[in-house]
Design a binder for this molecule. Structure first.
Ligand code: GLA
Length: 384
């Protein structure tokens, strides 16, 4: 079905022959600092962005799950909820199906639904469009099946859906950011116990802009490399007799390095120093305001580039060009191997910074980056 220019609610009616019962929105995110720390029980500091996935949903009581997307032409994918199994659903439909499967596995007796997804979260840009999709569907099911689950519990369901059904071994950051972030605040999250603090972040009031520079590259190795990095961290923790790398402080590093094979040293150094950067970022933010985050962002990028090796030439160039043009700090955000760079800049310089990055990309022969302004936005909610 081609839906260009048609409101999703009308598309829903055309597809399914009745109106949705409601609309649930769940946002994408950018992470300010704390990259690849979540699967090490560490700390993260994301914000939700204004772009969101919207799920238009009507409950069905016949066990049929119909899934459609305004971005994907063609009829709805039709599935039998009782027959859902990991590996059994291909492509984008696996994400909403995964949430339904996980809720059932968790003993919630949910059934089918008619679902239409609509999204303005750029896909493949490291802005967590998958987590947003999972969270929008989880929030809809929570209301329509009266599950009464808390936001944190829904985030865990969404993460489990991605881990066990889709097969991506992600941490909890993206789903928690999408479910619980608040407008005007960053989410300081301890991923070990999911305790969270909403830290006021008034960028506009401080005369600042947070640019998101989507490099529009996503390297194929991303999935396998992510799993390998996670496995490396878990191996290092095991060799050190720790339950997770979170339990290592910067001062413990020299002694730890002496006990690790050379290839694990840079991974451990990144995770431990990155956790420390999150703590310092929180402290700077609360004491001196958001401008003080700049150098911490830039140091975080260097650690991803040199130690964790999840950056790539495009993200390195974007971060470098932004800082050279006067940004206070810049770093790649998200899982890496492409995706987006965030640059914190005085608002007066934001256009010049964006232009400088576009100019550097043109000179290097890269595609023109897409530029957004990230405003700390609200987490998942029912909109209608
Ligand atoms: C992806 C994962 C997150 C997190 C980041 C890296 O976005 O989904 O859980 O590990 O990468 O910080």
């Amino acid at each position: 079905m081609t839906t260009t220019g048609t409101a999703p609610a009308s598309t829903f009616e055309e597809l399914y022959g009745h109106a949705p019962e409601g609309v649930w929105a769940a946002p994408g995110r950018v992470n300010l600092i704390g990259e690849h720390t979540d699967y090490n029980d560490g700390f993260v500091l994301p914000i939700a962005i204004p772009q969101a996935v919207r799920a238009y949903v009507r409950r069905r009581d016949d066990g049929v799950l119909r899934l459609a997307s305004t971005r994907v032409p063609g009829p709805a994918v039709e599935l039998d909820v009782a027959g859902l199994a990991p590996g059994g659903v291909a492509g984008w439909a696996a994400y909403p199906a995964a949430v339904v499967w996980t809720l059932r596995r968790a003993g919630r007796g949910v059934g089918g639904a008619d679902v239409l997804l609509d999204s303005d979260v750029p896909g493949g840009a490291g802005l967590s469009s998958s987590a947003a999709l999972e969270c929008a569907v989880a929030a809809a099911y929570n209301d329509l099946y009266e599950l009464k689950l808390e936001a944190g519990e829904l985030a865990l369901i969404a993460q489990r859906a991605e881990n066990e059904f889709v097969g991506v071994p992600c941490g909890i950051m993206d789903q928690m950011a999408s479910m619980v972030c608040r407008a005007g605040a960053a989410l300081y999250l301890d991923t070990r116990d999911l305790s969270a603090r909403h830290v006021p972040l008034d960028l506009a009031g401080a005369g600042l802009t947070l640019l998101v520079l989507d490099t529009r590259v996503q390297h194929d190795l991303a999935d396998g490399a992510y799993a390998a990095l996670r496995a490396g961290c878990e191996r290092a923790a095991g060799l050190l007799g720790l339950s997770a790398l979170r339990d290592l402080a910067p001062a413990d590093l020299p002694a730890a390095f002496a006990r690790l094979p050379a290839e694990l040293v840079p991974l451990v150094r990144h995770v431990v120093t990155e956790n420390d950067r999150v703590e310092r970022a929180l402290d700077e933010l609360e004491r001196h305001g958001p401008a003080a985050l700049g150098p911490i962002l830039t140091a975080g990028h260097a650690s991803l580039r040199d130690d964790y090796r999840t950056s790539c030439p495009e993200t390195d160039l974007a971060a470098e060009a932004a800082v050279a043009a006067g940004a206070l700090g810049a770093r790649m955000t998200g899982g890496g191997f492409g995706g987006s760079v965030i640059a914190l800049t005085e608002t007066a310089k934001a256009q010049a910074v964006a232009d400088a990055v576009a100019g550097a990309f043109a000179k290097a022969g890269y595609a023109e980056p897409h530029v957004y302004r990230a405003v700390p936005s609200a987490g998942a909610r029912r909109e209608a």
